[in-house]
Design a binder for this molecule. Structure first.
Ligand code: ZN
Ligand code: FE
Length: 270
């Protein structure tokens, strides 16, 4: 947790990354006494963080059923008795409250108020949590949106994922985007192939590279940055549509076809 700030032996209120596996981030929200975590794929790094900062885990928020997001839940519940929230239509190891679109989740003491968005595509029942933490706009999007990229379509269609991107694109531009993986640099290499003349992207890539050189997280991103740089949020931009058509070597009749071609391009990009 390189970004942590210690105030009088307590972690300052904030949102912190807990690293798991090789490139997962388990986001931890805290007021200095209690904490919530999003998508704990492993319990050990979370338990270690809770112990070091003397925090009580009260809530666990899940975005989708993949093991690298839910693998630590049962162990954390056994240790803490935390309440588990998750998508209504997915099979989860434990879940106390099943959520669907427009449900709200509030912990005034911890400082968050979040609304659930259905964002199918990566998985069929994937949800995201959008709202405020300590008054700032935040989004926990699991494996739906990544900095300059998006999740693979394991259980959904390009049309579903394009619609899910649209919901996230409509959030306030200053919204901080807490993605579940550090995929930023590899996504950016591909995004620059799609839009070599995108200057905002070129500058962001430079700063992201410096951040990674120091082994710091490139996240959170913001919705404004994604709107300016993420090809999957820019399928209606002529430059992006033309690049996708050129890669696919055929004309693409709709934004959804552009999205599908981009996803295929990214899957094959080395
Ligand atoms: Zn996943
Ligand atoms: Fe994942």
């Amino acid at each position: 947790m390189p970004a942590e700030k210690i105030v009088a032996n307590h972690l300052a209120p904030g949102i912190y990354p807990v690293r798991a596996f090789s490139d997962n981030y388990i986001w931890l929200l805290t007021n200095g006494q209690t904490a919530a975590v999003v998508d704990p794929g492993q319990s050990a790094p979370v338990l270690d963080t809770l112990k070091r900062h003397n925090l009580k885990l009260v809530s666990i928020l899940l975005t989708h059923h993949h093991q690298d997001h839910v693998g630590g839940v049962s162990d954390l519940v056994a240790h803490s008795g935390a309440q588990v929230f998750g998508p209504a239509t997915e099979v989860l190891p434990v879940c106390d409250t099943l959520l669907q679109e427009d449900d709200t989740l509030e912990d005034a003491s911890l400082g968050f108020r979040l609304t659930v968005l259905d964002v199918p595509g990566h998985t069929a029942g994937h949800i995201a949590y959008a709202g405020t933490f300590e008054g700032d706009s935040v989004l926990f999007c699991g494996d739906t949106l990544f900095a300059a990229g998006c999740g693979r379509l394991f259980e959904g269609t390009p049309a579903q994922m394009d619609a899910s991107m649209g919901k996230l694109a409509a959030l306030p531009p200053q919204t901080r985007v807490y993605c579940a993986h550090e995929y930023t640099l590899s996504n950016m290499r591909w995004a620059r192939a799609v839009e070599p003349d995108n200057e905002v992207l070129a500058r962001w890539q430079e700063t992201a590279q410096k951040t990674r050189d120091q082994d710091e997280p490139t996240l959170p991103s913001t919705i404004a940055q994604e709107l300016a740089c993420n090809p999957f949020m820019r399928v209606r931009q002529p430059t992006v549509a033309q690049a996708a058509a050129q890669w696919a070597q055929r004309s693409l009749a709709s934004p959804v076809e552009v999205f599908a071609a981009l996803r295929e391009w990214k899957n094959n990009f080395r």
